[in-house]
Design a protein around this ligand. Structure first.
Ligand code: UFG
Length: 336
């Protein structure tokens, strides 16, 4: 029985592929390389010394997707095939709703046709909008998303809730990621945003490497200890292990719709990140204080207790590990 990873060549998909292969699981990856490339697949094989089947297809292409289900015994699906750039989603709302929401519907409908009903969905802390309080538990109010990307996550969560209500033979797990950073310790795979990055860690590493001149710290007048924005940064390897644990729960217990926050439970400010990065890597990060970025909130971090109690999962890597591994990866990219 195989696990299908849609978007499995992407940042979080590829790291999860490694954790599954290391556990001796059989996987099938589909990806259209819209935000990844073939090299990632070779590197997954190099790191794990294991092989897997791959199809270069768009997960919205129902005919091709059905072929994957015909040719493999797919028992469960982890859906990583979402567009994820907040700013781009504002410019291209139709592309985002079509790829993320319509894509999820096509995937779920195809799964139903093949009686494959174990589904893990990559959601995001963005569904909490501006949180009422921190740390955020899974029972916190959702809604108030400020961009199409966030709204697609919320819509898909709603679709999954209705699907489960209509047919409780589905086993569904929604994972709400906080801020994934870092990369595999080998330095062979990691995050490669196209163009100038929007997210903090990819920006910091490019300033440290000299590729970008200066980091703009967006606002130092928030109600946080040092005035800069606070987030829950989580190492991508910890996050990937969270998927393996979620899958094991569905396989053992099944028949339910579960929602988990995947975060460390600790919030760090932008300046904490800059200083920890400098300490962990010995590199200087040139920065200036700039105005707040529209749509940003002061603080967002998880209460990860539920994942600990029900999945037996806790994030183990610290901020220094995240900084070191992110730095390690950018250096291997720049050596290519
Ligand atoms: N920041 C800067 N300068 C930069 C980039 C970011 O100061 O150049 C600050 C932001 O203002 C914020 C923090 O760094 O305080 C983190 O910003 P990111 O862009 O890295 O992350 P966000 O928390 O804004 O967004 C992330 C994911 C989204 C997800 C969201 C909510 O990128 O996909 O968390 O969960 F929707």
């Amino acid at each position: 029985m195989a696990i299908l990873l849609t978007g499995g060549a992407g940042y979080i998909g590829s790291h999860t592929a490694i954790e599954l292969l290391n556990k001796g699981r059989e996987i099938v990856i589909i990806d259209d390389f819209s935000n990844s490339n073939e090299k990632v697949l070779e590197n997954i094989k190099k790191i794990t010394n294991k092989d897997f089947k791959f199809y270069q297809i768009d997960y919205k292409d129902r005919e091709q997707l059905e072929k994957v289900f015909e040719e493999n015994k797919i028992d469960s699906v982890i859906n990583f095939a979402g567009f994820k750039a907040v700013g781009e989603s504002v410019q291209k709302p139709l592309e985002y709703y079509f790829n993320n929401v319509s894509g999820a519907i096509i995937l779920l409908d195809t799964m139903r046709k093949y009686d494959c009903k174990k589904f893990i969905f990559s959601s995001s802390a963005t569904v909490y909008g501006n949180p009422e309080r921190v740390p955020i538990t899974e029972n916190s109010r959702v809604g108030g998303t400020t961009n199409p990307y966030g709204t697609t996550k919320l819509m898909i969560e709603k679709i999954l809730e209705d699907l489960y209500k209509s047919d409780n033979t589905w086993d569904i797990c929604v994972l709400r990621y906080f801020n994934p950073v870092g990369s595999h310790e080998s330095g062979l795979i990691g995050e490669e945003p196209k163009g100038i990055p929007n997210n903090l860690m990819p920006y910091i590493v490019r300033v440290a490497s000299g590729e970008l001149e200066q980091l703009s710290v967006f606002g130092n007048d928030y109600e946080t200890p040092d005035g800069t924005g606070v987030r829950d940064y989580i190492h991508v390897v910890d996050l990937s292990i969270g998927h393996v644990k979620a899958l094991e729960k569905l396989e053992k217990e099944g028949q339910g719709l579960y929602i988990y926050n995947l975060g460390t439970g600790t919030g760090y400010s932008v300046l904490d990140m800059v200083h920890t990065f400098e300490k962990a890597t010995g590199q200087k990060v040139n920065y200036k204080i700039a105005p707040r970025r529209p749509g940003d909130i002061a603080a967002c971090y998880a209460d990860p207790t539920k994942a600990k109690e029900e999945l037996g999962w806790v994030a183990e890597k610290n901020l220094e590990d995240m900084c070191k591994d992110s730095w390690n990866y950018i250096q291997t990219v720049q050596r290519r």
